[in-house]
Ligand binder design. Structure first.
Ligand code: BGC
Ligand code: ZN
Length: 366
């Protein structure tokens, strides 16, 4: 048996330490299994909301869900038909597992057209906050040794990579699209990693958050040569006056109010990307006539983006590598709050819920 951190879906604040059987290679058919020793697991707002019982389901037949979807580990053993990784390699794992739609059948599980989705550590599949896990090599992505100091950032980076890539792909509707100015709403992990990707693509990037500089988020944004904007000091309207309307807005605030606000500021032919999962029940009034009017007159596009497939993990890893060389030492600063061992799961949740300065909470497992 081995230790794991789990919740009882449907019961608020049920996070607890438990024991589950150790996984083994022969759980995965055709010699394609990869057995991974977990080194670190990151947590984010999704884990907080799962613990609040806002969503998350146990796998069929179980009444608990092992949490943890941001994995980083080292390969311990591989089946005889595995060729992508070998024992001793650092790896992360994708999160979504296939359902039955055509998108699932071609490896784009992140685009499933089925209502139900399967995500390790989130929905209907156990997660990675355990001592070991096993999976098909299809879902295991190698992390270069030179990036091991950025460990749990690979999964959030994959989500940012997908969001930006989707925006650029969708904008091919313009035939020619040369975005110059981007706003990123939110300077949490997704906001900061999106800032990086857009900088690497040569855009002028403004990253907006509430807090006044100096603070850590502002320091990281400046370190990536983007501009940090405190909305306490500079209201959105004055920023738009200064920069002109942006070509692209990525919302990563976790606030649906701000997500809708973005729609009032994007420029003609522009695109707004929503990345936040808002598990609550908020509702707001919006100037719908005006948004509708300008949206139509400006040929604007609204895009939702969730999760990521293997290709986004791979491109995210390439951008993390490039970003780490371009802006040495900056990305590491995102990893603010390590928690020592799974036994300290209460401290992990406390940091997630209460500590507004905890940019990234992760558990050191081994
Ligand atoms: C995860 C994604 C997942 C999404 C919805 C996010 O926190 O990083 O991989 O698809 O939650 O469950
Ligand atoms: Zn997440």
């Amino acid at each position: 048996m081995m230790k794991a951190v789990a919740v009882t879906p449907g019961t608020p604040n049920s996070v607890h330490l438990t024991e589950i059987p150790e996984p083994s290679l022969d759980q995965i058919p055709h010699g394609r299994g990869v057995l991974v020793k977990t080194l670190k697991v990151g947590v984010d707002a999704t884990d907080r909301e799962i613990n609040e019982a806002l969503y998350g389901k146990a796998p069929e037949g179980d009444d608990f869900l092992v949490i943890g979807h941001e994995s980083f580990g080292i390969v311990e053993a591989v089946g005889e038909n595995v060729h992508r990784v070998k024992p001793g390699d650092y790896v992360t794992a994708t999160v979504r597992r296939p359902g039955g739609s055509i998108y699932d059948l071609i490896g784009t599980n992140d685009m499933t057209s089925e209502e139900e989705y399967y995500e390790r550590g989130i929905n209907l599949r156990h997660g990675f906050m355990t001592e070991k896990f096993v999976d098909d090599e299809e879902y295991i992505v190698r992390v270069p040794e030179g990036l091991k100091h950025l460990h749990v950032l690979q999964e959030p980076m994959s989500c940012a990579a997908k969001a930006v890539q989707q925006a650029f792909e969708a904008q091919q509707r313009m035939k020619i699209w040369r975005p110059e100015v981007a706003y990123v709403f939110g300077a949490g992990q997704i906001g900061l990693l999106t800032t990086l990707i857009l900088k690497l693509r040569g855009l002028k990037v403004y990253t907006l958050a509430r807090g006044k500089a100096p603070n850590l988020k502002a320091e990281i944004v400046a370190g990536m040569e983007a501009e940090y904007v405190s909305t306490r000091e500079t209201p959105l309207e004055s920023l738009v006056k200064k920069t002109g309307k942006p070509d692209l807005i990525v919302d990563a605030t976790g606030s649906s109010t701000l997500a809708f606000q973005a729609m009032q500021h994007v420029g003609h032919n522009g695109v707004v990307v929503w990345t936040s999962i808002t598990g609550g029940n908020n509702s707001i009034e919006i100037p719908s006539d005006s948004v509708n009017l300008h949206w139509v007159l400006g040929n604007k596009l609204l895009l939702g983006s969730v999760n990521a497939n293997r290709t986004h993990f791979e491109s995210g890893i390439r951008d993390l590598a490039l970003g780490d060389m371009m802006f040495p030492g900056v990305l590491k600063k995102i990893l603010t709050n390590p928690v020592q061992g799974m036994e300290n799961y209460q401290e992990m949740m406390r940091l997630l819920v209460e500590d507004k300065d905890a940019l990234k909470v992760y558990v050191d497992i081994a």
